[in-house]
Design a binder for this molecule. Sequence first.
Ligand code: SF4
Length: 69
Amino acid sequence: MPKHKVYVTDECIACNACISVCEENFAMNDDNTKAKVKKSIISDKELAKNEEAKEICPVEAIKIEKVND
Ligand code: SF4
């Protein structure tokens, strides 16, 4: 089953948009300066919601890459 790697780059401006659409996998870090993922490796089933977060990010700070297993 294909898997995907999700991460947030330093471009993040802590706007909370990703968390509002995908609370399942995004949260703010402890000092509220950057979003973080709860799970960096996700399954196909979880992809759509994470893609939604990626699309809504105003600074393209969310990256999703295919992982070969
Ligand atoms: S939507 Fe983008 S800029 Fe906003 S908190 Fe999430 S990763 Fe950061």
